[in-house]
Design a protein around this ligand. Structure first.
Ligand SMILES: Cc1cc2nc3c(=O)[nH]c(=O)nc-3n(C[C@H](O)[C@H](O)[C@H](O)COP(=O)(O)OP(=O)(O)OC[C@H]3O[C@@H](n4cnc5c(N)ncnc54)[C@H](O)[C@@H]3O)c2cc1C
Length: 473
C-alpha cells in the first residue's frame, strides 16, 4: 500500500488540529544516526506535549497515509530512527514529554513519560532511595521510550534483566491513533495477550510509546568495582561462574575488554585513565552490589584469589575510591567512541550461549584472519553472552579500501553465530540494518506471526515502514 509524503498540505492539516509549537524546525541531527550509515532524506518534525497530541498526530497520519517514525534520543545503532528513502515521514519526537509522573518507593515503581532521558529516570529513582538499573553509555541522551522500543540491554542485564524485564505497564498510541491506557503497576496481571511485550522491542513499528510504569530495585548498600586481567575469554566465562558461586545475584556487571580496544582508546582518547600500564589482551570489568555489612574489598579480593589460584586471573586492580571506580567505568564507556574514531569496517551485536562464547571467539578470529589482516575489537556484556565483535581495517589503512568485503565479513560472522545457536541482534535491535538478517535467520513461523501482527495492528503500514520487517506488498 503506497504512502504519501508529509508535505505542506499535511503540515497545514496538523496546524489546524494542534498548537503551533507542536511542529518544530528540523535540525540536521534528526536525520542522522550515531554510526553515520543512514541519512534521513527529509521529514516533518513534531514534538507533542501529551498523549492526546500524539494520538491526534498518529490519527491524522493514518488518515492521510503518512509514515510515522517515533523518535527518542536518536542513539539507536541500527538505523530504526531514520528513514533514508521513500515519501517524507512525520518524525514524532518525544522530547517534550519528559515528566516523571509519580514515584512509589514502597512499591518500587516509577511512572514517567516516554521522552524522559534515561539518566533522568535513574536520578529520579535515586532521589527516592531506589535504583533504576538500566545503564548504557548513551544514557545521557537516550530516552526511556527509545529504550523500551529497542528493549535495550546495557551493563546491568546480568543482575536486573533487559528493559523488558524492567517494565510493568505502558501507555501507547497504536497505528490507528487509538490510545492504550496500560500503565498498571502490577507484578501479576494474567489477562490475556500482553500488549506491553508486543510494543517493547517493536522499534516503533507497532505504535508510539508515550509513558511507562517502570520497576525499581533497592539500592545496593555497598558497591565494589575491579578490573581483572584474565588469560582468555574462556577464563572470563569461568571467572563469572566462580564469582556467581561466591556472590550469587550480587554480581551486577561483568564486562569483557580486549587489548585492541584499550589500544584504540589510548590512541584516540589518551586522557582516559587506564588501569594497567601495559594493556592485557583480555580483562573484565566487574561490579558487585552487596548487602549491608558486606565488604566489597574483601569480596573482590576473594574473587581475585580464587581466580588466581586456578590460573585464570593474572592481574587485577580493585577500585579504592568512587573516583577510581568511575575511571574504570569510563574506560568501558568510551570504547564505542574510540571505535568510532578509528572507524570500523563493520560492527556486530551478537549473543551466544555462555558455554559457546569462547569457542565462538576462536572460530570468528580464525575466520577473520583468513579474510585479511584485519584488527578485531571483541568486547561486550560477557555476563549476558553478548559480544560486540567489531572488525577494523589493517593498521594505517582506510576502511573505504575494504568496503567491498564488508557484506561478506558480516554474513560469515552471522552465519557462524546462527550455527552456534546465537542471535545476530543481542541488544541493539533490527532497525534497518538487520532486516535481511531477520529474514535469513529467524524461525519462519515466528516471522509469519510477526507479519500477521504487523498487518493486524498497522494495516496501512504507516508505523516506521522499512524497519524490522520489509514493507508488505
Ligand atoms: C555510545 C552508545 C552506547 C550504546 N550502548 C548500548 C548498550 O550498551 N546497550 C544497548 O542496548 N544499546 C546501546 N546503545 C544503543 C541505543 O542507545 C539504544 O538502542 C537506546 O535504547 C535507543 O534509545 P533512543 O531514545 O536513542 O532511541 P532512538 O534512537 O530515538 O530510536 C530507536 C528506535 O526506537 C524507536 N522509538 C524511539 N522512541 C520510541 C517511542 N517512544 N515509541 C515507539 N518507538 C520508539 C525508533 O523509531 C527507533 O526505531 C548505545 C548507543 C550509543 C550511541
Amino acid at each position: 500500500m503506497s504512502l504519501n509524503p508529509a508535505d505542506s498540505s499535511f503540515e497545514d492539516l496538523i496546524r489546524s488540529h494542534l498548537p503551533a509549537e507542536v511542529l518544530r524546525p528540523l535540525a540536521p541531527r534528526y536525520l542522522e544516526e550515531p554510526r553515520g550509515q543512514w541519512q534521513g532524506h527529509t521529514a516533518l518534525l513534531a514534538a507533542p506535549r501529551s498523549v492526546d497530541e500524539v494520538a491526534t498526530l498518529v490519527r491524522l497520519a493514518s488518515e492521510a497515509r503518512v509514515a510515522v517514525i517515533p523518535y527518542g534520543g536518536g542513539t539507536g545503532l541500527v538505523g530504526g530512527q531514520v528513514m533514508p528513502a521513500g515519501p517524507a515521514p512525520l518524525l514524532v519526537s518525544l522530547e517534550r514529554m519528559t515528566q516523571v509522573r509519580a514515584v512509589y518507593p514502597e512499591e518500587n515503581v516509577l511512572i514517567c513519560e516516554a521522552g524522559t532521558v534515561l539518566a533522568d529516570v535513574q536520578a529520579a529513582a535515586r532521589a527516592a532511595g531506589r535504583l533504576f538499573p538500566l545503564s548504557l553509555a548513551a544514557e545521557g541522551t537516550a530516552r526511556i521510550g527509545g529504550n523500551l522500543a529497542t528493549n535495550a540491554g546495557g551493563t546491568g542485564v546480568l543482575r536486573y534483566g533487559n528493559t523488558r524485564d524492567l517494565c510493568l505497564g505502558l501507555e501507547a498510541v497504536l497505528p490507528s491513533g487509538e490510545t492504550w491506557h496500560g500503565l498498571k503497576r502490577l507484578r501479576k496481571d494474567n489477562t490475556g495477550y500482553d500488549l506491553r511485550h508486543l510494543l517493547i522491542g517493536s522499534e516503533g513499528t507497532l505504535g508510539v510509546i508515550t509513558a511507562a510504569a517502570l520497576k525499581l530495585s533497592p539500592q545496593p548498600a555497598q558497591i565494589g568495582t575491579a578490573i581483572f586481567a584474565v588469560s582468555s575469554p574462556q577464563a572470563a566465562v569461568s571467572l563469572l561462574s566462580l564469582a556467581r558461586d561466591q556472590l550469587g545475584e550480587m554480581v551486577s556487571a561483568f564486562e569483557l575488554l580486549n587489548g585492541q580496544g584499550l589500544a584504540f582508546l589510548q590512541q584516540t582518547l589518551p586522557d582516559i585513565r587506564q588501569p594497567f600500564e601495559k594493556a592485557p589482551q583480555w580483562s573484565v570489568l566487574i561490579e558487585v552490589g552487596l548487602a549491608k555489612g558486606m565488604s566489597p574489598q574483601e569480596a573482590l579480593e576473594q574473587m581475585f584469589q580464587a581466580g588466581h589460584d586456578v590460573g585464570i586471573v593474572t592481574d587485577g586492580v580493585i577500585a579504592q575510591s568512587g573516583q577510581q571506580a568511575d575511571d574504570f567505568w569510563s574506560v568501558r564507556e568510551h570504547i564505542p567512541e574510540a571505535n568510532k574514531r578509528v572507524g570500523a569496517l563493520c560492527s556486530h551485536d551478537m549473543s551466544l550461549p555462555l558455554g559457546e562464547l569462547a569457542r565462538f571467539i576462536d572460530r570468528a578470529d580464525a575466520l577473520i584472519r583468513k579474510m585479511g589482516d584485519f584488527r578485531v575489537n571483541c568486547f561486550g556484556h560477557v555476563g549476558d553472552g553478548n559480544l560486540h565483535y567489531n572488525v577494523f581495517p589493517p593498521e594505517g589503512q582506510n576502511r573505504e579500501a575494504f568496503k567491498h568485503l564488508r557484506g561478506d565479513v558480516m554474513r560469515r560472522l552471522h552465519d557462524l553465530v546462527d550455527e552456534m545457536g546465537g542471535s545476530v541482534s543481542a541488544e541493539h535491535g533490527v532497525g534497518r540494518l538487520k532486516v535481511d538478517d531477520l529474514e535469513r535467520y529467524a524461525d519462519p513461523t515466528k516471522l509469519s506471526a510477526m507479519r500477521a501482527i504487523k498487518a493486524a495492528l498497522d494495516p496501512k503500514g504507516i508505523m516506521n515502514p522499512g524497519a524490522v520487517l520489509k514493507p508488505a506488498g
